[in-house]
Design a protein around this ligand. Sequence first.
Ligand SMILES: [Fe+2]
Length: 338
Amino acid sequence: MSNEADRKSKFYSCSCFLTDNFFLEDFRLHVRFVSEQQFRLDYQPLLKRLGCITEQQFGDVLSKISQEVDRRRRLCEASAERSAAIKSTYQPLHPHVYHLQESYLNAEFKQIVEFCRSGAACEAGLLGLLEEAGAPRVYRLPVFERKFCQELVEELEHFELSSAPKGRPNTMNNYGILLNELGFDDGFITPLRELYLQPLASLLYPDCGGRCLDSHKAFVVKYALKEDLDLSYHYDNAEVTLNVSLGKEFSDGNLFFGDMRQVPLSETECTEVEHRVTEGLLHRGQHMHGALPISRGQRWNLIVWMRASQERNKLCPMCNRRPSLVEGGGFAEGFTKA
Ligand SMILES: [Fe+2]
């Protein structure tokens, strides 16, 4: 069996993906939906306070959730169809950016990773080489060379302008690109994760699955005036996240970090973290965070959600329950069959 076929048969989704964790954009609210009865009981009073007053308005919310459930059911199939259409019709502007090369990476980043791979590798030594970004266990890394960032953004803009079908990263970002559908997984994101990010995560986050990251979901999000400006407070469907600023020119739009998601918001103090072009922020996926609005320009970010099936098979990070597995395509949600 080829690696690709092996991977396809190995990764599963948690059934919570179909019914839990909806984001109601109109009310900027994350909700859980199991049945209409449960949803009315849990959220109708809160939604009323947020302006969803009439039965008609509540019906609109229910219909949006039901459309989203349908969309998620069709997601795998639709994604495979889009990948195939992109492969057969889309002509890349910069074909070389699909294959990770050492020359794309910042020299300091390569040295840090070299240390992590060496016999001398230890957490204390690595912390001496890294800059903590102001929030606990959030690290700033100079990941890419500027020229590569420019070419990648050019490639993504070229794709956006093409007639190829486009899937969107998640319900919180309306503008962005799923990198697996565009063909970045095998030649770029998988080697980036396995050869460069895994050695770092092993030392920094052994308690969060950092030693056994075995899949990922990678996407690019775009913020611009008149499009998405910011990103509300959330946690990622990941054990470890890398978020790299690719450009272009923008003002404001800092990230902010709170506490781990188990800590109530009332006990949380948030810290702002500047995001500089070519640099990445590495953090635990369950570390709550968001992005403040930009006030000028365009901001493109590469996000790699790295997953450890060993961790998530025990407890789904999205619903906090032991997952009941449903089959998914590609890396799906990063669970493996027991
Ligand atoms: Fe995030």
